[in-house]
Design a protein around this ligand. Structure first.
Ligand SMILES: Cc1cc2nc3c(=O)[nH]c(=O)nc-3n(C[C@H](O)[C@H](O)[C@H](O)COP(=O)(O)OP(=O)(O)OC[C@H]3O[C@@H](n4cnc5c(N)ncnc54)[C@H](O)[C@@H]3O)c2cc1C
Length: 522
């Protein structure tokens, strides 16, 4: 019979299959050869005390006994002849909406402005090499959406564990590593995400769904409070029954289109600031207290937050062993973000450090404008671009110099492949961002001794954390408050932040469309 064990072990044993098997065998008083498999069910690193401990919950599998949890096969149906649902955007929200529709027996037709992963990789390489941005194919736009070239962190604050577990299982089914099913802070990595996304595409097409790349939605034809047709940049008109709009928070043209059509939008708070980068070794030694078994542990993470002058300031999308990347979507703007591979093995640790801003902050300068939060965000991205003087080089400053108001005469080694330009961020970041940032950094330096070092750099602008706009929808039916066949979905609509919560929202929108169709049939 299989045995379940809860163990608290030192890293050297916990992260070695052989050593772990021998500890389990000795606990169970059996020879290691009798254990067929160790099936880890939960793993978390506890670095609160001086000696780091790894907590494990695992199942020792013997003989021919079945391994639990049992294999997961999503119940996809053949939907080739079923009624169609149009989905705009193939980010996590759009893809998971499509997969759920297939389970429910409806046919998803996905429309994507960008190209498939294979071509997208080439465009991203070109972005670094030729320093030119393609407005439809970049780190945010294209197959898989903004999460494709990311750290692939999969944790979320979502309380609905069941939904999250299913998303993780679907990702694993499509090729993500097994660890995402048991690690407390799972992540996939940008070397593995593209093949997972390709496998999801294959599932959608194999079951009768459709995906059309290089098709940007440019217009909507409205009639009697509904969207009658969508218009693509090619001039093609596609009739609409139900539309799931999952275009992400970087699709400014979509907000502008909705606003032009008189479709209700709401302002919302978001956050922006800088991306800080330290040597990973330093973060490891702070977080793991120079533990003598540090070498067996993964690159360390951190999560920081402070409340300064009534504003939240927090770390965002921390990427251990990662890269800072240029994630703008148009010319003349500068935006940075972070990604890492599954091994998280560069010598650098980066994280967004962002300050909450809200409708009260745009003030007079944006008064009377249609999308004031969006304008505020855009203006700062343009300023960051002007400061670097190049399409993809990013303005940067040493952290200590930023705090002391000094220009950095030189910049340390860093992960930003397109090149950094020394810039006085202390002069051009607006006070409502700069002052809370400075105070928060001082606070973070107290929480993590060694964090405040002039070997760390900050780069700008970390501005695409969440959407400055919400597309309001009914809390029950998930339909737009005015347009009753429009289902605003995911991060761009203001209902999620991150890969998992966007996927969960995609599933919810698919179910809402299905429920609407069921009630019409009844
Ligand atoms: C570099 C980077 C790293 C990140 N790292 C992480 C991480 O580690 N963990 C995490 O949880 N989150 C991470 N995120 C955030 C995460 O990627 C997003 O929260 C998530 O992708 C949002 O999903 P979505 O489907 O709502 O929108 P998106 O992923 O933005 O997808 C929107 C899609 O719509 C398409 N589209 C836009 N406009 C149109 C149009 N007019 N016509 C047709 N198609 C259109 C876009 O091309 C895109 O494919 C990261 C983001 C970036 C940019």
């Amino acid at each position: 019979m299989n045995k379940i064990l809860n163990l608290s072990l030192r890293p050297r044993v916990a992260f070695s299959d052989k050593a772990l098997k021998s500890v389990v065998a000795s606990k169970l008083r059996v020879p290691p050869s009798e254990i067929r498999k160790l099936n880890i069910q939960k793993r978390s690193i506890d670095a609160r005390k001086h000696k780091v401990i790894v907590h494990l919950s695992l199942e020792a599998v013997f003989g021919k006994a079945p391994v639990s949890p049992s294999e997961f096969f999503p119940p996809y149906k053949n939907v080739s002849g079923s009624s169609e649902v149009l989905i705009i955007g193939t980010g996590p929200a759009g893809l998971f909406a499509a997969l759920r529709l297939i389970e429910l027996g409806m046919k998803p037709v996905l429309i994507e402005r960008g190209v498939d992963i294979h071509e997208r990789k080439k465009d991203i390489a070109k972005l670094i090499r030729e320093k030119k941005i393609d407005g439809n194919s970049n780190y945010c736009f294209g197959e898989g959406g903004a999460g494709t070239f990311s750290d692939g962190k999969l944790y979320t604050r979502s309380k609905k564990r069941g939904d999250v577990d299913k998303i993780l299982r679907v990702l694993h089914f499509h090729g993500a590593q097994e660890e995402i099913l048991f690690d407390a802070h799972p992540h996939i990595g940008s070397d593995r995400l593209p093949s997972v996304i390709e496998n999801i595409r294959k599932s959608i097409i194999d079951h009768g769904g459709e995906i059309r790349f290089g098709c940007r939605l440019t217009d909507l034809v409205l009639s009697s409070g509904k969207i009658k047709e969508v218009v693509l940049q090619t001039g093609e008109h596609i009739p609409v029954r139900e539309l799931i709009l999952a275009t992400g928070h970087s699709a400014r043209d979509i907000y502008e289109l909705l606003s032009k059509k008189g479709i209700l939008l709401e302002e919302k708070s978001f956050a922006l600031g800088v991306r800080v980068e330290h040597p990973q070794e330093l973060i490891n030694s702070i977080q793991y207290h120079n533990d003598d078994q540090m070498a067996f542990l993964p690159s360390a993470e951190y999560r920081l937050s402070a409340r300064i002058e009534g504003r939240g300031v927090y770390s965002f999308c921390m990427c251990p062993g990662g890269y800072i990347i240029p994630s703008m979507t148009s010319e003349n703007e500068m935006v940075v973000n972070g990604m890492s591979s599954s091994g998280r093995n560069t010598p650098f640790a980066n994280s967004g450090i962002v300050v909450e801003v809200g409708p009260g902050d745009w003030g007079k300068s944006e008064a009377g404008k249609k999308l004031p939060g969006l304008n505020f965000q855009m203006k700062l991205e343009r300023k960051a671009f002007e400061e670097s003087g190049s399409q993809v080089m990013a303005p940067a400053q040493r952290l200590g110099d930023f705090l002391e108001g000094r220009f950095s005469g030189s910049l340390p080694a860093n992960s930003y492949l397109a090149g950094l330009v020394s810039s006085p961020l202390h002069e051009w970041l607006p006070g409502i961002i700069q002052n809370p940032l400075k105070h928060a950094f001082l606070d973070f330096g107290k929480k993590m001794k060694g964090f405040l070092t002039n070997d760390a750099i900050i780069t700008g602008l970390e501005s695409r954390t969440s959407s400055p706009v919400r597309i309001p929808r009914d809390t029950q039916t998930l339909e737009h408050l005015q347009i009753n066949n429009l289902f605003p979905c995911g991060e761009g609509a203001g209902y999620s932040g991150g890969i998992i919560s966007s996927a969960v929202d995609g599933v919810r929108c698919a179910e809402a469309v299905f429920n609407k169709n069921q009630s019409v049939k009844r």
